[in-house]
Design a protein around this ligand. Sequence first.
Ligand code: AMP
Length: 282
Amino acid sequence: MQIARRIPELKSFVDNAIKNNKTIGLVPTMGALHEGHLSLITRARKENDIVVVSVFVNPTQFNNPEDLKTYPRTEHADCKLLERAGVDMAFIPTAEEIYPEPDNRIFDLGDVATVMEGAMRPGHFNGVAQIVSKLFEWARPTRAYFGEKDFQQIAVIRRMARISGFENIDIVACPIVREADGLALSSRNVRLTPENRAIAPEIHRALKDSLNMTSELTVDQLIESVTKRINSFDCLEVEYFSIVDPLSMQPVKAWTDVPNPVGCITVYCGDVRLIDNICYRS
Ligand code: AMP
């Protein structure tokens, strides 16, 4: 595996691959890698000649400085894992390399970016669009892989790709990988106290149990029921729970409004912000 810390190294590696008619799979990550990331890498490995993984804690997508400061960084372990996964190139730049000057671009991400994470984390999706558009430009992937854990992010990236001339890149959505007890894998899970880690699976449990309630409860009643159940645990506090159209990300009013509405939730578990989602299949 090659490690590139500078943009020109990445670009010349990619130039060479493209000259040789190789397909390129890109997996953007912020490191502190786990099985969720690995599932994206494994899929990229199967579907492409060359796999590029970026490891970069992107400051412009953090609206909370404390979150940026405490975000786990485990480069040594990450490199070992990437090597074992058969990755061809790890791109691990510094913030100075990516942003020698401030990136002042504002993306018109439309309605998909104004609700939920977009409403709670001002500037977050614009920061995501900034870094992913740069990575698309330099890595020129055939396919790029993203996890459905960040369900809204995928819609935002599809929109960014459409408006920024990357419509030829295949955006591949990969299913959520969970711990045996149902907790969605997340780099932030290491920040949970043992007590809170034991309660955190209640989030997925409440979502899963709610799948059977769509015949008895309206959308609003179900939202209330799930929120109450999760909030009944001392260390859990729901920030939002919205049931949305999986294309537009706009809230649905009735189960029949759109096929396969998705319930997107954010919960504080102590001071750790966890996100998850579930599909109410029609
Ligand atoms: P991050 O390093 O958290 O920015 O995540 C990098 C990519 O991995 C994003 O596309 C995430 O959606 C994806 N990802 C993170 N956690 C999981 C998970 N538990 N299952 C599937 N994909 C995930």
